[in-house]
Design a protein around this ligand. Structure first.
Ligand code: AMP
Length: 219
């Protein structure tokens, strides 16, 4: 099963993609993580992408597509995947459809995680991750059980994303509404869309996605 998680920044795509990876052995692909890795490694793509990411703007399609397709091409076949953050424009979706079709594959379901803008700013501003294992936390909604210690790997190091600040978040939300939201119609025309309530608790959102997954797997 190949899934896309679609939704604004802060909707919980990354959290849900990780849960799906563990529960259903899907391979998780986050274009944001791939780009951040490229920026850190100082690759040609990373150098070009950085200025866009710092502003909260979308990275040009040709750069993102290059990084994502290289990753997809190197993936184990036979296992499904869950895409988090890609595609983000109709051009990327078209390129993805073409790429998968050429290899005899395709997207099965597109789960749209809906959250109102006013909740997203608060969600994004409070989030941080363990610098060692990547476990996600939030100042208000999910603090480590013991302050300053990661629940998962006991590390004491945490980090926050440079683009998780209020002004960049506004640009990212605008990019979502103007450039990414049209994808809902694109995939509706293909009959693949399921819309879920992303304002519920993490476990409830996860349950909604599990139901869609089970429904699609059986038929
Ligand atoms: P994310 O981690 O998904 O929130 O992505 C962080 C940033 O990476 C975004 O604000 C964009 O600048 C860039 N980015 C990630 N995925 C894409 C994509 N599919 N298309 C364009 N830019 C992207």
């Amino acid at each position: 099963m190949n899934l896309i998680l679609l939704g604004p920044p802060g909707a919980g795509k990354g959290t849900q993609a990780k849960l799906l990876e563990h529960k259903f052995s899907l391979q998780q692909l986050s274009s944001g993580d791939m780009l951040r890795t490229a920026v850190l490694a100082g690759t040609a793509v990373g150098k070009q992408a950085k200025a866009f990411m710092d502003k909260g703007a979308l990275v040009p399609d040709r750069l993102v597509v290059e990084v994502v397709f290289e990753y997809l091409a190197g993936m184990k076949s036979g296992k499904g995947f869950v895409l988090d953050g890609f595609p983000r424009t109709v051009e990327q979706a078209e390129a993805l459809d073409e790429w998968l079709e050429e290899r005899g594959g395709g997207i099965d379901r597109v789960v749209v995680i809906q959250v109102r803008d006013e909740l997203l700013v608060e969600r994004i501003a409070g989030r941080f991750t363990c610098a060692i294992c990547g476990e996600g936390y939030h100042d208000l909604f999910k603090r480590p059980l013991h302050d300053g210690v990661c629940d998962k790997c006991a590390s004491h190091e945490f980090k926050r994303r440079a683009d998780d600040n209020p002004s960049t978040v506004k640009t990212r939300l605008k990019a979502y509404h103007t450039q990414t939201a049209p994808l809902v119609s694109y995939y509706k025309e293909q009959g693949k869309v399921a819309i879920i309530d992303g304002e519920a608790a993490i476990e409830d959102v996860s349950r909604q996605i599990d139901d869609i997954f089970a429904e699609s797997a059986t038929g």
